[in-house]
Design a protein around this ligand. Sequence first.
Ligand code: FES
Ligand code: FES
Length: 175
Amino acid sequence: MFKMEKNTPIKPVETQQKQLYHIKVNINGVDYEHDVEARLLLVHYIRDVVGLTGTHIGCDTSNCGACTVIFNGKSVKSCTMFAVQANGAKILTIEGLSKNGELHPIQRAFWENHALQCGYCTPGFIMQAYWLLKENPNPKEEEIRKGISGNLCRCTGYQNIVKAIMQAAKELRSK
Ligand code: FES
Ligand code: FES
């Protein structure tokens, strides 16, 4: 039978060396290069490695849209991709929207229409609205509702979010 010896020192378990992959990504016009594990999610790369914490994590089921970013011109839930898949990509996050300290018209419209309460979902909604208005600069209300249907908000009831996107669309069309 195994006999426990007194004061036997505990040895660390040998673990396999982590395999890392070198990626190059452009985020908000800035080039980044990092060595990352294959399992690292893009949202964790953006937040924890690059340090841009405006992109939020609101679920672990790919439902909430709080992590939405613009990835090579398309809106993407960044928790549904690995960082290694972003090698060579151009990404826009909420931090890249304002210019010279001026809010982007979509950001301003959210503010002016009280389209947020706790604000947790807001970066995701704004990035989704950004993509929506690039695809369709003059959307009808139903098209906006459909366009943001992958984003969840627990506070606002959505009414003011829709109003804000309509106001932003009008302003962006007049530019
Ligand atoms: S954190 Fe990505 S969809 Fe919820
Ligand atoms: S403002 Fe709180 S979740 Fe949307």
